[in-house]
Design a protein around this ligand. Structure first.
Ligand SMILES: [Zn+2]
Length: 173
């Protein structure tokens, strides 16, 4: 069972830019994942200065390896706009996207990607591979990285530490 108070959201007076403000909202989504014992990753999509879609990792709940926060958020934004093209949209994610999600961002024509913490295992923006290294022939994604990085990293570290502890307890009753 997950302790419900050890996921910290930055206080509003620590927020200095729109990127940080929206990343804070993505962190609130990550917190929902954390409370559901999912790897704590969250995303929001912003269009015209307002959030039109939210999503958090639901791989365990849906028993689906593709149920990443960004995928669910992209589908939700497409439904909201009634269009698979997410032109002029900015996607905020607490973690560097994996190759699947990075591909979905290219296909859905997301204009800007903003991510928080690097992902050395699956990160597709340089931490593992870099899908955006070479200019795409038809679509260029603008990227800003490392927004609220420590705030985004802390719950992930906490989650895996806790899970290791639980595994240890299970293996050594
Ligand atoms: Zn992903």
């Amino acid at each position: 069972m997950t302790d419900k108070i050890d996921f910290l959201i930055p206080p509003l007076d620590a927020i200095g830019s729109d990127d940080e403000r929206f990343m804070r909202e993505a962190l609130k989504e990550a917190r929902k994942a954390y409370l559901a014992d999912e790897v704590p990753i969250g995303a929001v999509i912003v269009y015209g200065g307002r959030i039109i879609a939210r999503g958090y990792n639901q791989v365990e709940l849906l028993r689906d390896a593709t149920a990443h926060a960004e995928m669910l958020c992209i589908t939700s934004a497409e439904n909201e706009l009634g269009n698979w093209r997410l032109a002029d949209c900015t996607l905020y994610c607490t973690l560097e996207p994996c190759p699947m999600c990075a591909g979905a961002m290219l296909l859905s024509r997301v204009e800007t990607l903003v991510w928080g913490a690097p992902d050395i295992r699956h990160g597709a923006n340089g931490s593992w591979v870099n899908l955006f290294e070479k200019p795409h022939p038809t679509h260029t994604l603008k990227i800003r990285q490392g927004i609220l990085r420590e705030w985004c990293e802390a719950p992930l570290k906490q989650f895996f530490k806790k899970r290791r502890g639980e595994n240890h307890a299970t293996n050594n009753p």
